[in-house]
Structure formats: C-alpha cells, structure tokens
Design a protein around this ligand. Structure first.
Ligand SMILES: [Mg+2]
Length: 375
C-alpha cells in the first residue's frame, strides 16, 4: 500500500489564528495567555484535505522560531515548494527543503498536513502508519502556574482525571520549595520537573538537593547547547536527567546519545521538522534502547491530533505531555474534543488524524489567511 498513491497538492492555505487560553501557561521565561498558531490545509486534485499546525510561539522564548518567522518561511519558500512538487511519501517534503536551513517548525506544519493527506488517501488512521494498533494512549500533564497554591490545586484536579504522569515547572530559587510542597502532599505521585534551561552550573546545588525526592526526571536544567554541563550532571545525580530543548533535530539526538548527555529524551514533532523526522528519531531511540517520550507545545487541536497518533509509537517509555482539550481552550479547531478518562485518551479509528476541522472556528479566530495554488 505504502507509496502507491502520489501526493500532489493543488492548493495550500495558511490560516493565522489567535486564541485566548483559559488559564495562563507560566514558565520561568514567559507567560502565555493567548495562543497564536498557523493552520496549514493542503488539498489534492481529488479534493482530499490534510491538516498541519505550526507550534512556534509568538515570541522566541522557547526556540528562536516564532509564528512570524514561520509565516515568512512558509510564504516565501515552503508553500510554493509543496505546490511545485509531487511526492511518493510525505517524508520527501522535508528532504526536498534541506536547501532552506532551519525553520523546522514551519517545515513541520507542512509535513504534518502531508501525513494527514497521505493517510486519508489510503483511508487508514494516521496511527496505523506510525505505531502499534493501540486503542488508547496514556495522558500526562504539565502544571505551569504562577503560585505554589495554584500548582497544588491543579495537581489535585488532574489526579481526579487519573493522569499518569505530572510535570511541574521550576526555576532557580523555587525548585526545592515547589518539589517539597508536592512531595509533602503526594509522596508517591509520578512527578518530574522542567527547568526550561534556566539554571546555570553555579546554581546546580539546588538541583542536587532534588535527588532526595524520587523524581522521574529533571528536564532541561541548563541551556540548549550546554552538552557538557548536562553530561556532567547526568553522571553526578541519581535522578535521571532529560533533554528537551537541546533535541532540536535528529542530528542533535545522535550527538546526545554519543555523549551520553542525558538519561532520557523528549521529542517534539514541531521542533525536529515534522513527523517524518520525529519518526526517524523515535526509531533511532527504539533501536538503541534509549528512553524517549513525547512532548507537547500548549498546542491547538490539529497538533494535538497528530500527537495522539504519534503517541502510539513503541519507542515511548513515559506518558506524553498530552492533556485534554478543555485544559487550554474553551473550544478548539478540532472536534470532538480530546478527553482524558481514567488517565487515558482514545486514539481515532477514522482516516488521517481522525478529527473534524471546524471552518467556522477558523473564521472566528483568524487574523490572516492566504493560499498558494498550482498554476
Ligand atoms: Mg520542556
């Protein structure tokens, strides 16, 4: 079946949307109150549509790419390119864009749309092209609040939903207190922390003190390119060290494995250039027995839908950052909403991403839109 039907995009549309979040997402470096996103729709000659989402943020607090740089790359190079070419398989798009350096989140949005289209053309669920035939995947949650009190309240609500794994955000000065506060109340909670690269090696003693709390892992303590500092801390602490922001490509992952820079890794589909590259990375992790899990981006429904499918991949050893729709937005671009029941999310049985994309929603939150067509 695979590769028997050519992918030939006749029209591609990029819709720039801005949606208020129900509650602010607070990290050490940014508070996100509105989520901007670029929704990509590709349509082929048979009228079949595929959808992708660009997960870059509005400002470069997380990666150097933003919604606005991605928009430029899409407009100037990537959308004209996808209309010019014909592919046997979605992975050929990423390969065909290697002449344009970086811009992985922009490339990923098109790659994801092509995967959705490809699965729909074969009339199979996207998950069946990726992973195992799982009817459900585990749900994990990120608690990113301003105050310690709110953090504990959010954890308590998430426990009622049965989430399988809990992550709190930390930064220098609050790490020990926050973890201690959670552990006093929930000594056995499957808990991990994410520093988003905010610690310097001079502040390492606070991280060392976390070793007593039986955390699942400490995620991205130091800045993105601090390979040797991470390698050193991995040797030093009993708690597993995890790299997130540092893994910005398959090649960065190869380097990390060679350096033994961490014990565990996060893959984010957007950050590594799309599902094609993320699958290459996941297969590499699986083949090498390297623990991997799937990260989230406070994304909207289309990226979430792709993640539900990708979460079925056998490489993943921990529950993903995958929570329910109502955690972030009142109404999403996709239907039905993703829900968590007893700690699980159902995978879809319909073709492609398996969710309906709501055009009326796109119109309500649209701030810009343009299309490129085959001449
Ligand atoms: Mg992270």
């Amino acid at each position: 079946m695979e590769g028997t039907k050519l992918i030939s995009v006749e029209k591609v549309t990029c819709t720039h949307v801005r949606v208020p979040l129900l509650t602010p997402f607070v990290t050490a470096t940014e508070t996100v109150t509105e989520r901007e996103s670029l929704i990509i729709e590709v349509v082929d000659g048979d009228g079949i549509c595929g959808y992708g989402e660009c997960v870059a943020f509005s400002t470069p607090w997380y990666t150097e790419e933003t919604v606005y740089t991605a928009k430029y790359a899409l407009k100037e190079w990537l959308l004209p390119k996808v209309c010019e070419e014909t592919y046997k398989h979605p992975r050929e798009f990423f390969e065909s864009t290697r002449q344009y350096k970086g811009n992985y989140m922009a490339k990923a949005s098109v790659d994801l749309a092509l995967w959705d289209l490809y699965a729909k053309k074969q009339q199979v669920p996207l998950s069946s092209l990726i992973g195992m035939n799982r009817s459900q995947v585990e749900a994990g949650i990120v608690i990113a609040t301003e105050t310690e009190g709110q953090m504990l309240a959010d954890i308590s609500k998430a426990i009622e939903k049965g989430y399988k794994r809990y992550k709190i955000k930390i930064s220098p000065g609050n790490a020990f207190d926050r973890v201690q506060a959670v552990r006093r109340k929930y000594p056995d909670l499957p808990l991990m922390v994410d520093a988003n690269g905010t610690f310097s090696t001079d502040q390492q003693d606070e991280l060392e003190k976390l070793d007593r709390f039986s955390l699942l892992m400490i995620e991205q303590p130091f800045d993105t390119s601090r390979w040797l500092a991470h390698q050193q801390l991995t040797k030093q602490l009993a708690t597993p060290i995890c790299l997130d922001e540092s893994i910005d490509s398959v090649e960065a992952f190869e380097l990390a494995i060679a350096l033994e820079a961490a014990d565990v890794y996060v893959v984010k589909v957007g950050r590594v250039g799309g599902l094609s590259e993320a699958l290459r990375l996941a297969n590499m992790a699986h083949g090498n027995g390297v623990p991997l899990w799937l990260g989230g981006m406070v994304e909207l429904g289309i990226s979430r839908a792709h993640n539900v499918a990708f979460a079925t991949h056998p490489a993943f050893r921990y529950p993903p950052d995958l929570s329910e729709t109502s955690r972030y937005v009142a109404e999403d671009v996709t239907a039905p909403p993703v829900v968590v029941e007893k700690g699980y999310i159902q995978t879809r049985t319909e073709a492609g991403i398996g969710f309906k994309v709501k055009r009326e929603w796109m119109q309500s939150y649209r701030i810009d839109e343009w299309s490129v067509s085959v001449n």
